[in-house]
Design a protein around this ligand. Structure first.
Ligand code: IMP
Ligand code: MG
Length: 183
């Protein structure tokens, strides 16, 4: 399949407003984040990379391959958005990690921090589980997260637009785009 036909097939004839971060920009930044994370931890930390599904699955898959340390991977599923573009503020935990967090350095991986509501509700629950540290790595950070504190690892500061691609969806569409676009 040619690259033009692949692009058309991925969008299914629907328009996106503009590409915000190209595939090359995303890959370069993920590479840098992997290096930063590799520097920040040691083998003794017993790193556990905890992905927040579904949005983080593409980012996490690329990121862990750029971390030069032994690590374990697990996931949690939280839901707050339904089908709209605005957070409902109600964060439900639909799947809880199997792994024990006890004594491990936990790196929580998010696709995007918008209002910060998801993290404000999730972090206290995870903090109660005896990890030696709990740090957030988000691919994208929106300026709307006013009073929340900035995650330790941020891929890109994002414009205040609705973004899709590289794991991010709108009503489950567009997750498979290799770049990040605004809708
Ligand atoms: P928050 O709770 O408002 O910080 O939103 C966090 C979650 O909302 C993210 O994990 C995403 O799943 C979703 N979200 C926020 N902004 C966007 C966006 O621009 N595109 C797609 N999903 C988004
Ligand atoms: Mg999400």
């Amino acid at each position: 399949m040619t690259s033009t036909r692949l692009a058309e097939a991925q969008l299914g004839g629907r328009a996106i407003r503009r590409v915000v971060f190209t595939e090359e920009e995303v890959q370069r930044r993920v590479w840098e984040l992997g290096a930063e994370i590799s520097e920040a931890y040691t083998i003794e930390d017993r790193l556990l990379v905890l992905g927040l599904l579904k949005g983080s699955f593409v980012f996490l898959a690329d990121l862990v391959r750029r971390i030069a340390l032994p690590l374990h991977v697990d996931f949690l599923v939280a839901s707050s958005y339904g089908k709209g573009k605005v957070s409902s503020g109600d964060v439900r935990l639909l799947y809880d990690p199997e792994s024990s967090l006890e004594g491990r350095a936990v790196l929580l991986v998010e696709d995007i921090v918008d209002s910060g509501t998801t993290l404000r509700k999730l972090l206290p629950r995870l903090e109660a589980r005896g990890s030696s540290s709990l740090v957030v790595c988000t691919l994208l950070h929106k300026p709307t997260d006013g009073d929340g504190h900035r995650p330790r690892f941020v891929g890109f500061d994002a414009p205040n637009e609705f973004l899709v691609g590289y794991g991010l969806d709108h009503a489950e569409d567009f997750r498979h785009l290799p770049y990040i676009a605004s809708l």
